[in-house]
Design a protein around this ligand. Structure first.
Ligand code: C2E
Ligand code: CA
Ligand code: CA
Length: 458
């Protein structure tokens, strides 16, 4: 090798901004370090990288170089003298920790790095919050050669970032879980594009005085090709991860309008509630999308009720209020779901154009035993009355619960006592069965089946 080619090779192995050896050097040194200590000692590798962030990409090259050098200095300070630090790419480092008795010191080192970068770092363009995420892997269990070992640490880091953690140690299950998630995602994508699997089930909402069904809530169901039912929150989280929220909202609105059309054709003139997520309300096109779906299926807007969660209301912004007001002007009805669990309270209820409050299941479930929960329900009922809103109790499973909520002034209820969510055809059959035989519950204020009390005017 000539003197100049040796210098070139050396240059290639050193990163000049940080002064650290590069990735290629780590590939050469790891097997050497692993062999050197051998016996029952092990070696750990830690991949350390900044989570993708627009603020990092917007740094000028000069500010970026300074920040990299600064982060490198801090990382060096967190490692033992025997540990080796390498620069892998712009915002990624690799630490090799030789001569370890077990994986525990590697875990500790990751915890230390994770805990260190909490405060925003000063840059020449101002302070920047850099989120550092680490992944660790141990030789030889997680990889017998350097490349495989580093890959394992990178997988662990990726999983930590995805799950919102600061660090993770590699486990084989991470790759299996990932393969499962890939399958889930591709199946969901196909379903959103029209393949069968996704549907809306309907759960009746009952007027407690008359026993009549006055509405129904549409709840998402996804049955996978292997027959598994995916819980709605998991399906919704996967939709978010895929960036398919817009496609899902369009699907939901079309389905809802189509269901209302089928109900009307069956002679069922009740309102249909659908759940909308926080992000949907940030979309200024939502009112137009809804108007289009309703027009296509010739549905009167007051037949659709949008359920919004209370926590969402806390993040109320002028855009959200504008979207809500436009929806209201279009004639749609709005309900606050899971009321009592968030922090919204009265002032929000007063400001928002809402017509219904749904008391969360957690208060209803305990209502018979817990005086405190009964007081909460009574307070919500009083508040809603003053604001001229309807109140519905969710999750009513027993006649006892129905009796208590009715006594506390709730006029409407929904829950397994009356019916579970069911496919649209089953709902139509259920409705026909109950027409003329309102859903009666026994308990306090109970009436006998077949002798319904005269419905009170709403
Ligand atoms: P949620 O809107 O509060 O819906 C009520 C949940 O309570 C439903 O669970 C329903 O099946 C269940 N439920 C009804 N009656 C009873 C009862 O008597 N006892 C008990 N223990 N549970 C009862 P589900 O269908 O699993 O939905 C869970 C959540 O997923 C919903 O809570 C809602 O937040 C969300 N979700 C469902 N469908 C959609 C959708 O189309 N869009 C959006 N954004 N969210 C949805
Ligand atoms: Ca709901
Ligand atoms: Ca709810």
């Amino acid at each position: 090798m000539t003197a100049s080619s040796f210098a070139d090779l050396h240059n290639d192995l050193i990163d000049h901004i940080t002064g650290l050896p590069r990735y290629a050097a780590a590939l050469v040194e790891i097997p050497h370090l692993a062999r050197q200590f051998g016996g029952d000692r092990t070696l750990g590798v830690m991949v350390i990288a900044a989570a993708a962030d627009p603020g990092l990409y917007r740094l000028t090259p000069e500010a970026g170089h300074r920040l990299r050098a600064d982060l490198t200095g801090q990382l060096k300070g967190l490692l033992r003298p025997a540990d080796r630090l390498y620069s892998v790419s712009h915002w990624e480092w690799l630490a090799v920790l030789p001569d370890l008795p077990s994986s525990a010191p590697l875990q500790l080192a990751m915890l230390k790095v994770d805990g260190h970068f909490i405060d925003p770092l000063p840059t020449i363009q101002g302070r920047l919050a850099v989120r550092i995420v680490c992944g660790g892997a141990v030789w030889p269990d997680d990889g017998e050669d350097a490349l495989h070992l580093i890959q394992s640490a990178r997988i662990a880091r990726l999983m930590a970032e995805r799950e919102g953690h600061g660090h993770a140690l590699y486990a084989r299950a991470m790759e299996r879980a990932d393969a499962d998630q890939q399958n889930l995602h591709s199946e969901l994508q196909a379903t959103l594009a029209g393949a069968p699997g996704l549907s809306l089930h309907l759960q009746p909402q009952i007027d407690l005085a008359s026993g009549a069904c006055i509405g129904c809530e549409a709840l998402l169901r996804w049955q996978r090709s292997n027959g598994d039912q995916v819980p709605p929150p998991h399906t919704l989280a996967a939709i978010e991860r895929l960036g398919q929220r817009g496609a899902f909202t369009r699907w939901l609105l079309q389905q809802a309008a189509q269901i209302q059309h089928r109900l009307a054709a069956a002679g069922i003139g009740i309102s249909l509630s659908i759940n909308v997520s926080a992000h949907d309300l940030l979309d200024p096109e939502l009112p137009d999308l809804i108007a289009q779906s309703l027009a296509t299926w010739e549905i009167a807007p007051e037949r659709l009720l949008l359920e919004l969660t209370e926590t969402l209301m806390v993040e109320e912004t002028p855009q959200v209020v504008d979207v809500l007001q436009r929806l209201r002007r279009q004639g749609l009805r709005l309900a606050i779901d899971d009321f009592g669990t968030g922090y919204a309270g009265m002032s929000y209820l007063q400001r928002l154009p809402v017509q219904e409050v749904k008391i969360d299941q957690c208060f209803v479930r305990q209502a018979e035993e817990s005086k405190k929960d009964r007081e909460i329900i009574a307070a919500i009922v009083r508040l809603a009355r003053r604001l001229k809103m309807d109140v519905l109790a969710e999750g009513v499973e027993t006649a006892g619960m129905a009796g208590v909520v009715a006594e506390l002034g709730c006029k409407r209820a929904q829950g397994y006592l009356f019916a579970r969510p069911m496919p649209v055809d089953d709902f139509i059959a259920w409705w026909r069965d109950h027409q003329g035989h309102p859903v009666l519950w026994s308990g306090r204020g109970a009436r006998k089946r077949g002798r319904p009390r005269k419905p009170r005017p709403a």
